[in-house]
Design a protein around this ligand. Sequence first.
Ligand code: FA5
Length: 344
Amino acid sequence: MHGKRIAEIMERGMRAFSEAEDESVLLALETEYTGRKSALGEILKGLKDLSPEEKKEVGPIANEARLALGRAASAARTRIETRKLAEDERFDVTIPGSAAPLGHLHPITRLSHEIEDIFAGMGFSIADGPEAETEFYNFDALNVPADHPARDMQDTFWLKQDGLDEKYVLRTHTSSVQVRYMESHVPPFRIVIPGRIFRNEATDASHEHTFHQFECLMVDEAGSVTVAHFKHTAETFFREFFGRDVEVRLRPSFFPFTEPSFEFDISCILCDAKGCPVCKKSGWLEIGGAGMVHQNVFTAAGYEEGKYQGFAWGFGLTRLAMMKYRIPDIRLFMGGDVRFIRQF
Ligand code: FA5
């Protein structure tokens, strides 16, 4: 008898839950079908008074009905709430969206691209090399043997050797890419190598420990590339880069990997050559080193001695950025202050 009654309750209840359209109806149905005082609740409560045989028969059916009605009630609740949400959310496609914050390129990266474009216009290609470099490419291949005093010209960050055969450094100049490139290329070629470099030195308004250089290397048969090519290329570059004529001066200098060697200065644009902390009151800013590639560098690259000739330079890209944007302190570029970076 109980079995039939339970089946009836189930059937009615399941239908009622599936048709419920709002929260108040649902609450009433829950009281009616699953509440403690519902017909099914009464049957469940009365189970204890039944004979063991009846209990065995009715118990599982009643419990199953309770669970099924409970599931139907929660399915109905989900359905009602989902529909309500969809109705409440009026989506106005005409409201302007909030713009996602957009980043932009770091000024050094932008200048690097600009420089690459100027050189591409002069027929140069772009080359690249690793920042963690072997002692060989950073020093030995550039005619700077281990015991040579010239090693001290650049204060070096040495990396832990940790079982490696070769010693590694954080490259101290982009010249480290010269022999790497020459090992796999035969002249004639002209390349420019922009990159980040590292020096273990104290910082001030014009000196950083981490900064950017760009190397320029042009090589051809002996006799065909001269200092005049270097000077012309450099002057053309500076005219394009600054959009006006800049005064340049070459001073005799020494680099183990070039012979002869020069120091390359430009008139300080920050103070119109009057003298400021950046140019150390001289009116000139040292921008780079340059020279004719030393034959020992060609031999380190596997070239036949005397067969080729070329010029190389390494210019301080960060120093040029200071000039171009009139930034009085080099440390701002890598300082990580986004208020500075956002201005570009
Ligand atoms: C060199 O690094 C040579 N490799 C340049 C070179 C290349 C010479 C090819 C000949 C042939 P130097 O240490 O002078 O040279 O550095 C070159 C330029 O990097 C400097 O003129 C300067 O503009 C910039 N520079 C050097 N040290 C710093 C520093 N601490 N902070 C910012 N810029 C620097």
